[in-house]
Write a protein that binds this ligand. Structure first.
Ligand SMILES: [Zn+2]
Ligand SMILES: [Zn+2]
Length: 167
């Protein structure tokens, strides 16, 4: 997997716009198809070998499986819809207080002062508050506002397979 990450980072650095247009739909599609595949294998092949298909435990397994898939996809969508960019701050908070101005830094890409621990993402083309990484599976940057949602997704689902792209 390492050479895939290095390759992704290399392409993302050189062709950020094309990378976003290609990698995001492919990655999201992969998660949806992969989830449907593993859910089908688990629930129609593996679980019937363990539990009687007419029994309570089989029905309980279905409930657990639906809960996990709902959380995985729901948190993915919530992650995508939650903006962590500097623009998500209220207008008056986008300008530093005079006594805090020395803590802010200038972003050469956005051409503006940005709060401490904000970093520019070339794929999102904006500065992200407390940026962690750009996640191609949620098609957005993981930062201050959506980090907890991203964490929830990792805990309940297949999100551990997520490949972050640092660029
Ligand atoms: Zn920036
Ligand atoms: Zn980003």
């Amino acid at each position: 997997m390492c050479f895939i990450m290095v390759g992704c980072k290399y392409i993302a650095d050189i062709y950020p716009v094309q990378f976003v247009k290609t990698a995001h739909p492919l990655s999201v599609g992969l998660v949806i198809v992969g989830t449907a595949f593993f859910l089908s294998v688990e629930m129609f092949l593996i679980v019937p070998m363990i539990f009687d298909t007419g029994g309570v435990l089989y029905k309980l397994a279905w409930l657990v499986a639906i809960f996990i898939v709902y959380n995985l996809l729901g948190n993915m969508l919530a992650c995508y819809r939650t903006d962590s960019s500097v623009a998500s701050l209220p207008r008056d908070r986008q300008i530093p207080d005079p006594e805090e101005e020395h803590l802010w830094h200038h972003c050469d890409y956005c051409q503006m002062l940005v709060p401490p621990r904000s970093w520019h993402c070339r794929l999102c083309n904006c500065c992200i508050l407390r940026r962690d990484h750009h996640c191609i599976f949620t098609a957005t940057c993981i930062g201050h506002n959506n980090y907890s949602i991203f964490d929830d997704r990792n805990i309940v689902g297949l999100g551990n397979a997520c490949t972050p792209v640092h660029s």
